[in-house]
Design a protein. Structure first.
Length: 394
């Protein structure tokens, strides 16, 4: 039986990322000859190599001559198709559910894929993080295709799924949008081309049992259930699997060490930080201590005070230097903007400024006590701190 990518040779530049690693796995499973390059080894490459996909590691981007090239947005100077173009092609090939929105995309996508899997659909999926219960961040099945859509560069507008989900709307990408209204307009334009639509902000939190704490996860579950109903599944039957869903990587990922609970989460904007802190309080710890790594100069410059207001819900907070990702430094913009704002928002709060992650770990270790919960928050490499904290506490 012919597969969609039979006869194609596809080279992925940035194959070790959460996104392209999944695209590579799907293209390979659908018949393509697939290989790729990345600068460093990443956890996502374990599944890529296990599938028999060749990976080349070196300091500078490599393009293989004669192959179709797909390039991660992190390597903008390299010629080739964008990830968004390939995603639009994948969506056009299958019955697809696309999940978009400012917050909760990965968890909601994981919930839908997990429920479909438990319901016997054998879904294909592309998720922005590892989902241990599904064996990774991507898989090619025979049922629905479930993927995340991205508004950060407006590429969501090119996707034409059967079901579109917008979990919520917020101004989170300040280099792309000037206002929340502009974000809303993009989603409205996209959904006008989608036959079946779920708007998460119009839903009440689902009255179902969840393993994941937090009002935000109850709202994610409501959006997932609405999408599953549109896909033809009974709500009661679809609710059952959600009670067993344990979450995606770096989404309230928990570990315990010596009487202290360490939770790592991808939260990197004010709404996500506030939601994660609220979820932590539901577990009734003695205190909540936070190590926060700001993400992007643009976001920190625009939202330092809002980030501080969210962090003020903790008992102790420590802020590191900004994780730049794709951005260049901006004069006068550092993580200390958040520290200074936090001192103004909540005078007297124990607040630390630790540019290096290791210093932030040391700051919290000197203050943590049994019964406390420690959160490591951010979209960069702050997960290294979670591992260090758990190791040193043990």
């Amino acid at each position: 039986m012919q597969k969609p990518f039979d006869g194609r040779r596809i080279w992925f530049v940035g194959i070790g990322g959460a996104g392209l690693s999944g695209y590579a796995l799907l293209a390979h499973a659908w018949g393509g000859e697939v290989a790729g390059w990345d600068r460093v080894d990443t956890p996502y490459l374990a599944n890529v190599r296990a599938a028999g996909i060749d990976v080349e590691l070196s300091d500078e981007p490599v393009v293989r001559e004669g192959w179709e090239t797909v390039v991660s947005s992190a390597f903008r100077g390299v010629e080739g198709r964008s990830r968004a173009e390939l995603l639009a092609e994948l969506v056009s090939l299958e019955r697809t559910i696309v999940v978009a929105g400012a917050h909760g995309k990965t968890t909601t996508t994981g919930m839908i894929a997990f429920a479909l899997d438990r319901l016997g659909d054998d879904p294909s999926f592309l998720i922005g993080a590892e989902v241990p219960q599904l064996g990774g961040n991507a898989r090619a099945g025979s049922g629905w295709l479930v993927v995340e859509g991205d508004e950060s560069d407006r590429t969501i507008a090119a996707l034409r799924p059967e079901i579109g989900v917008v979990t919520n709307v917020d101004l989170d990408h300040h280099t792309t949008f000037v206002s929340r209204a502009e974000v809303e307009a993009l989603f409205d334009e996209w959904l006008a081309h989608v036959p079946k639509v779920v708007r998460g902000e119009e839903l009440e939190p689902a009255d179902v049992e969840l393993a994941l704490p937090g009002e935000h996860n109850r709202r994610n579950a409501a959006a997932a259930l609405a999408a599953l109903e549109l896909a033809g599944y009974d709500r009661a039957a679809a609710s059952g699997p959600l009670a067993d869903f344990r979450g995606a990587g770096r989404r309230f990922e928990q570990r315990a060490a010596n009487g202290v609970r360490v939770v790592d989460d991808y939260a990197h904007n004010p709404a996500k930080v506030a939601a994660t802190l609220a979820a932590a309080r539901e577990l009734a710890p003695h205190r909540v201590l936070v190590l926060f790594q700001p993400h992007l100069y643009s976001r920190t410059r625009h939202l330092a005070r809002e980030l501080a207001a969210a962090l003020a819900a903790a008992d102790v907070a420590c802020v590191t230097e900004i994780y730049p990702a794709r951005e260049q430094p901006v004069e006068g913009v550092t993580g200390k903007l958040v520290v200074d704002a936090l001192s103004e928002v909540r005078p007297g709060m124990v607040v630390g400024w630790a540019p290096e992650l290791e210093d932030g770990v040391r700051f919290l270790l000197e203050r943590v006590r049994p019964g406390d919960l420690v959160l490591t928050l951010g979209a960069g490499d702050v997960d290294r701190a979670a591992a260090l904290l758990a190791e040193r506490l043990a």
